[in-house]
Design a protein around this ligand. Structure first.
Ligand code: DC
Length: 236
C-alpha cells in the first residue's frame, strides 16, 4: 500500500461550504480511516483566544497561548463524526458559534500559531492506525505536501452560501442569506490572501467542483480516487 511519510494520507482542501467536512467524514468512514478536521483545531484555539480576551491580531500572545493548549480529536461513538477537545473539554458545538467563525481567520493568519497547530495535526495523523482523511485549507500544500491523494473541493459562492445557511439554520443559529454571503466572501478573501499558507490548489490535487453534485456522489468520487491510489479494495 503506498504510504506518505510512513502514513496513508488523503488530504482534502477547499473553501467554506465546499462540502469538505461532510465528504471527508463519510469517505473516512467508508475507508476505515481516521478523520481529522484541522479547521476545528483552529476554531478551538480561537475559542480560547476569545475566552482569554487575547487580541486576535496579537500573534506572539496567541502563539504563547497555543503552546499551553491541548487540542485533541476523537471519533464519536458511532464513528461518523469527530469530537474536538480543548484542554480536555468537549467544545464541538461552541466552536461553530458565529463569534468563533468571525475571528478564526484572524487567529489562523499568524505563521507562528500555524506552526504549532500543524505539528499537532501531523502528530494526530501519525496516530491513525490505518490511515487518515485530513481536511482544511493547507493540508495538501503545507501539512502533508506528500499526501498519497490530494483533493481540492470547490463550489460556486452561491452554492456555498446556501449550504452554509442550511447548516446554520439546522444547528439553531438565526441568520439571513445576505449575512451568510458576506461572511463567506470575507472569510474566502482572508483565507486565500493571507501570507502564511493561504488556501491554494496543490499542483497535484484532483479538483472536484461539487456545485451540482450530491454528497454521496462526491464521497464516491473520493473513494474512487483512493481505490485508484491502491488505498482500498473493490469491496469498499
Ligand atoms: O473549515 P472551517 O470553516 O471549520 O475552518 C475555519 C477556519 O480555520 C478557516 O476560515 C481558516 C482556518 N483554517 C486554516 O487556516 N487552515 C486550515 N488547515 C483549516 C482551517
Amino acid at each position: 500500500m503506498p504510504r506518505s511519510s510512513g502514513r496513508v494520507v488523503i488530504a482534502i482542501d477547499g473553501p467554506a461550504g465546499s462540502g469538505k467536512s461532510t465528504v471527508a467524514k463519510q469517505a473516512a468512514q467508508r475507508l476505515g480511516f481516521d478523520y481529522i478536521d484541522t479547521g476545528a483545531m483552529y476554531r478551538a484555539l480561537t475559542l480560547k483566544v476569545l475566552h482569554n480576551g487575547v487580541d486576535v491580531a496579537n500573534g506572539p500572545s496567541i502563539k504563547e497561548l497555543a503552546a499551553q493548549t491541548v487540542i485533541e480529536q476523537e471519533a464519536d461513538l458511532e464513528g461518523a463524526d469527530v469530537v474536538t477537545f480543548l484542554d480536555g473539554e468537549d467544545v464541538s458545538c461552541e466552536i461553530r458559534l458565529p463569534d468563533v467563525t468571525g475571528a478564526v481567520s484572524a487567529v489562523s493568519s499568524h505563521p507562528e500559531v500555524r506552526r504549532i497547530l500543524v505539528e499537532r495535526q501531523r502528530y494526530l495523523t501519525g496516530q491513525a492506525e490505518k490511515g487518515a482523511v485530513i481536511e482544511g485549507r493547507d493540508v495538501g500544500t503545507v501539512v502533508f505536501p506528500d499526501a498519497t491523494v490530494k483533493i481540492y473541493l470547490d463550489a460556486s459562492p452561491a452554492t456555498r452560501t446556501k449550504r452554509r445557511l442550511i447548516d446554520m439554520q439546522a444547528s439553531g443559529v438565526d441568520v439571513d442569506l445576505a449575512d451568510v454571503a458576506d461572511a463567506i466572501t470575507t472569510r474566502d478573501k482572508l483565507d486565500s490572501t493571507r501570507v502564511a499558507s493561504p488556501l491554494q490548489i496543490a499542483a497535484d490535487a484532483h479538483v472536484i467542483d461539487t456545485s451540482n453534485m450530491t454528497i454521496p456522489a462526491t464521497v464516491e468520487a473520493v473513494v474512487e480516487l483512493a481505490k485508484e491510489a491502491g488505498l482500498a479494495g473493490p469491496e469498499v
